[in-house]
Design a protein around this ligand. Sequence first.
Ligand SMILES: Nc1nc2c(ncn2[C@@H]2O[C@H](COP(=O)(O)OP(=O)(O)OP(=O)(O)O)[C@@H](O)[C@H]2O)c(=O)[nH]1
Length: 884
Amino acid sequence: MHGRQGRLLQRGDLAQRKDGSLFWAHIALTALHNEAGALLGFSKITLDLTRHRQLEECKKEKEEIDFILSAAESGTWKCHFENDQVEVSHHLLALLGQKGRDPNFTLDGWQALVHEDDRGAVRQRLEQARSRTDGAPFELELRLLGANGASRWFFMRANWHFDADDKPLVFMGVCVDIDSVKQAEAEQQRLFRKLEQERLRFANILEQMPSGIVLAEAPSGKLTYQNRAAEAMLGRGIGAVKSYHDYGLYQLYDVHGVRIKAEDLPLARTLITQERSNDQELSYKRRDGSEAHIAVTTAPIDDDDGVVRVAVAAVHDVSSLKNGGLSAASERERAEVTLAAVTDGVLATDRHGKVTSVNPAAQRLLGLSEAEALGRPLGEVVHYAESVGAASVFGAIGLCLEQRRTITNLPHATLVGRDEQRYSVENAVAPVVLADGELIGTVLVLHDVTESKRLLRRLGFEASHDALTGLINRREFEIRLLRTIERARHAGSADAALLYLDLDQFKIVNDTCGHAAGDDLLKQLAQSYVEHVRERDTLARIGGDEFALIVEHCTLDEALAVADQILDATRGFRYNCKGRVFQIGVSIGLTPIDLATASVEDSLRRADHACCIAKERGRNQVYVHHQGDPDFAQRRSDMHWVTRLSHAFQHDRLLLYCQPIMALCDASSALHYEILLRLKDGRGGPIAPGTFLPAAERYDVIHKIDLWVLTKTLEWLAGQPEHLKELEMCSINLSRRSLADPGFHKVAAGMVDGSGVPADKLCFEITENGAIADMKKTIAFIDTLTARGCRFSLDDFGTGMTSFSYLQQLPVDFIKIDGSLIQMMSSSAVDYEMVRFANDISDMMGRKTIAEYVTDPAISASLTEIGVDFAQGYWVGKPRPLHA
Ligand SMILES: Nc1nc2c(ncn2[C@@H]2O[C@H](COP(=O)(O)OP(=O)(O)OP(=O)(O)O)[C@@H](O)[C@H]2O)c(=O)[nH]1
């Protein structure tokens, strides 16, 4: 058939089978023609395309899945546990950069693709899957290693797949590349950490800030943060502040002291109006009650969207500034008050030397008001008498400006005020430099020393003069005496003399009329002396009633004449007081000042000694000291001993010795001794009393010695009870001064009474001379102590012819025959007879006798022969220390 065919219809569609089921069919209907073109019929071909269609859809689906997996950067893998093989999709290989690699791995090989840190977890999950097919899918984030060894993060999800019969088919999973997510996450973490660090840093900064920072939520006003400074300043936590209505919890006041309402506080205003506030000063009371000042600045903080969610308040403590301001003002005020009060004149100038201020003291000194001085050059305002003074002060100001230094060591100058009044001033200049170093001028200080100079002069006078008489005093006198002595040492210079004047019986005036009268007398007498003294001579009052005079350029006779004049002037002087007229005398010691004069002390001592000799010789006379003067030597020697004795008392250098007294006719050997005094000497042995007692007698030290001996002896005896039992008698010497002193009688009696030593063991030795000096008092003393049991011995008996007559009157128990008779009795018949006579007389009068100076047995034998009762002397026993 060569006919023509024409395709009429061709389509793919769902068709129904005879059994009713549907299938994908391809139906092709073709018209059949003959050669002439006539239609012969139709041909219909139906093809079942279901399988084909399914395959197509499967392919499409796979393509889609591939697309999705690729788009999702994922890949798959399948694990065949039966042979431990893993099949990896090419997508996954591509993601791992291993495109083209064999997708079949052993299980271990597959696990080797896992990052070693994640390998354990994968292995564990796979083992779980191997053992259980009913488990939940495993999901894991893990790192898979790429070709270059670099890892990428994947999300792995895997589970069993089952066939239609629910039989486990394959364990398969999908790996989604989450590396970028992970990196983003890590970056986010990093950023978050950074942010956190920033936040912490910021919080730290806020905490460290000295200003307070307070944050509030908007619009409520709830406080969400305050730093330490804010808490310290405001004194409370923020927990209770839930809205700005609670701001009233802070008791804040405005500058006028009016309490501010919660809504009107700066932070509340900002929250309400969303406007920034400028510094607003507030005050509040601290817990301790003190007032604090704060400056508050607030601002709203809006987010990116322009909505205000937070408001911040910055709080500054301005208390110190405030107080500083106040104190600066008060400092200034204080400085002004001080300047007004200081006695120094203070002028300030600008840099050009124009006066900018003048304090009241300067106004007084200059004699002008501040208004008159302001703006004028300093040189027109301040005037000095001496051009030197002016030059030094104004020169110093120039220097001060130039070198910016204070200059104080300027010479004194005489300031002349407008009224011609003169002041002695000390000047000092100082630069005025501000804190920033700017020099703005100078200050001139005028220290008025007029009064102090006058005082200095007066003090100088007082230091050298006697306030009562106006004469020069001892200090000044000694200076002048030294000059005179030094002059006298130069060969050829004229001689001079020193007169030492001591008024006689001056005490009487004091005692009778009072000290003021005595003063008055001294003044008047000094005045009368001045009249008799040449101007060139130096008269001084050197003690209470003692004067001294240096007579210059004169011979000894001329000096003596001056002394006589003074003597006459004193004799002729009368002092009337309370109706009584006093006439006094003066004793004058005169000593020449010549080449031989050693020193001030030496010449004063000589003159003083000479004066004392004048007194001793009956007062109201002149005694001239001359070289080799025996009286003077004696006096000097006495003074030496007096000084040594006073030193001995102070330094415990007096010693008690005892010398035994032996009974001659009595065989008993009762203990009997005489207490003897010794002065400890640094070099030789102890010094016997004969050396120093005469001086002690002459200068009244003996009284003290007697008391010392009595005290020490009684103390010693009282401390030796055993010795006391054996003791028959202890003799103690008493001087005539003590005998004549009723005061001593009383003291001695009291001491004996209180000593604890039996009075009958004590015998007092009194000298014949002493006893007869004041018989009545001696007898009274003997009676007083005899009544207590004490005994008495009369020492040195037989030397004076009066002895026998007095012996009768003196109620003594023993007679001590003078040693000079005893010593000679062996060789001199007269002395022997004298001793015998003394012994007989004593015997007749019922007195026992003691012979002293018994130095050998012959004397002792003679004494025994005569009938003397006791013997004392080296033959009997030498003196030895009492304490030994
Ligand atoms: N009124 C008065 N008396 C003074 C002053 N200074 C010392 N005296 C007294 O002067 C006396 C000086 O003593 P003495 O020199 O021993 O007294 P005196 O009566 O002069 O005795 P003789 O010198 O031994 O003649 C003492 O009584 C002092 O109290 C004084 O400034 N004014």
